[in-house]
Design a protein around this ligand. Structure first.
Ligand SMILES: Nc1ncnc2c1ncn2[C@@H]1O[C@H](COP(=O)(O)OP(=O)(O)O)[C@@H](O)[C@H]1O
Ligand SMILES: [Mg+2]
Length: 325
C-alpha cells in the first residue's frame, strides 16, 4: 500500500512574455506573447508509509510544483494523485488535516504576532487535543529548543529561528506526511544540523513519511536512503542513494604519499589522474580492481608513506546526472 501515489502527472504554466523596451511593452499589452512551460512532464512515483525521500533537481526542475500538487494547492493538467488514498484536490480539508507542509522560501507564520500565538491559532484551526498539542510542543522543544522562542514576534526571529517555528507549526497536529520544501535554505551549519536531527527523529519516533527537497547534498546524504531526481519536469532517477552514487560515480581514487613518485606507473583498468612531487592519485573502478591488489602493485615500485582511498560521493553522481540532463 502506498501512502503517496503520483501517476503520469503533467502540469503546464502559461506565462506572458514581455519583450524588452517601450515598443515591446506596448506590444505586450495588445498582443502578449504566450509561452508554455511544461513544469511537470509525466511524473510518476510512489512512497510507502514511513519512508523518507530526497526530491532533488536543479532550479526550475519541478520540485515545488510536485509538492504543490501532492498537497492539493495546485491541480495537475492530467494524471492521478493519491495521498493516503484520497485525492488532495477533491478532499482538500481532510488531506490538509493529516499533512504538514513547510516552504522554506515562503513563511506560513503570522509576522505580526508572537510565535506562540501562531501556534495557538494552528491549535484551534486543526482542533488539536490539549494532550497531543502539549506532547508535540514538548518533543519539539527537546529537538528544536522552541520554547525559548515562543514569546518573540515572528518578524524579530532570525532565519534559522523562524524556520524552526515553521517546522513546529507544521507538525503540531501530528501529520502522517511531512512535505519539506527546502527547509535548510540559507541556514548555517548549526541550524542545518538541528533540522536534520529533527527530521531523523520525527521519522523514527512517529513514523512520519517525509518528502524533502533540498539543494544541500549533505541533507540528502544524512537523511535520505532513497533519492528521486527530477530535471525539466521529468524524473530521471529513482532509487537507493547508494546505488545511484555507485552507478553514476563508480570511480574510487587512491592517493598515496611517497618519497619519490613513479610517473609512468601503470596497472590494468587504472588511471593516473594526478602526480605531484611526492603524491600520486590513481583512479580505479571497484568493479574490476581491488584496492589491496593495486596497493600491493604500487608498493612493489614505490615506497608508500601514507595512503587514502576516496569513495565516490553524491556530488560526483549528481554532477553526472545534471550534466546529462
Ligand atoms: N505559478 C507559476 N507560474 C508560471 N510558471 C511557474 C509557476 N510556478 C512554477 N513555474 C515554472 O515551472 C517550472 C518548475 O518550477 P518549480 O516547480 O518551482 O521548480 P523547482 O521547485 O524545482 O525549482 C519552472 O520553470 C518555473 O518557472
Ligand atoms: Mg522550488
Amino acid at each position: 500500500m502506498s501512502i503517496i501515489k503520483a501517476v503520469h502527472l503533467r502540469k503546464r504554466f502559461i506565462v506572458k512574455k514581455k519583450e524588452p523596451g517601450l515598443k515591446g511593452a506596448l506590444k505586450g499589452i495588445f498582443a502578449p506573447k504566450k509561452i508554455i512551460i511544461n513544469a511537470l512532464d509525466d511524473v510518476s512515483f510512489s512512497m510507502k508509509k514511513g519512508e523518507i525521500i530526497g526530491l532533488i533537481g536543479p532550479n526550475g526542475a519541478g520540485k515545488s510544483t510536485t509538492i504543490k500538487i501532492l498537497t492539493g494547492i495546485l491541480q495537475p493538467l492530467s494524471g492521478e494523485v493519491e495521498v493516503m488514498g484520497l485525492n488532495p484536490q477533491k478532499k482538500r480539508a481532510e488531506v490538509v488535516s493529516r499533512i504538514g507542509v513547510v516552504f522554506g522560501q515562503r513563511s506560513q507564520l503570522y509576522w505580526d504576532i508572537r510565535l506562540g500565538e501562531s501556534f495557538e491559532l494552528f491549535r484551534r484551526i486543526y482542533r488539536i487535543p490539549d494532550e497531543e498539542y502539549n506532547a508535540n510542543l514538548e518533543l519539539m522543544d527537546s529537538l528544536l529548543g522552541i520554547r525559548r522562542l515562543i514569546d518573540i514576534p515572528v518578524r524579530q526571529l532570525s532565519l534559522g529561528q523562524r524556520m524552526r517555528g515553521e517546522i513546529v507549526s507544521a507538525v503540531l497536529h501530528s501529520p502522517d506526511i511531512l512535505f519539506l520544501d527546502e527547509p535548510t535554505i540559507g541556514l548555517d551549519i548549526q541550524a542545518k544540523r538541528n533540522i536534520r536531527k529533527f527530521i531523523r527523529e520525527i521519522n523514527q519516533k512517529k513514523k512520519t513519511t517525509i518528502i524533502l527537497t533540498t539543494h544541500d547534498l549533505g541533507d540528502v546524504q544524512e537523511l535520505c536512503p532513497r533519492l528521486v531526481v527530477i530535471n525539466k519536469g521529468k524524473i530521471i532517477e529513482d532509487g537507493a542513494l547508494d546505488a545511484i552514487v555507485h552507478r553514476l560515480a563508480p570511480e574510487r581514487i587512491l592517493q598515496i604519499d611517497t618519497d619519490k613518485v613513479k610517473k609512468d606507473f601503470t596497472y590494468p583498468h587504472c588511471k593516473m589522474i594526478k602526480c605531484e612531487e611526492n603524491k600520486m592519485w590513481i583512479s580505479f573502478n571497484r568493479e574490476n580492481v581491488s584496492a589491496s591488489k593495486l596497493i600491493a602493485a604500487l608498493s612493489a615500485e614505490v615506497r608508500i608513506n601514507d595512503l587514502q582511498v576516496k569513495e565516490p560521493d553524491i556530488e560526483d553522481a549528481i554532477e553526472q546526472i545534471y550534466g546529462e540532463g
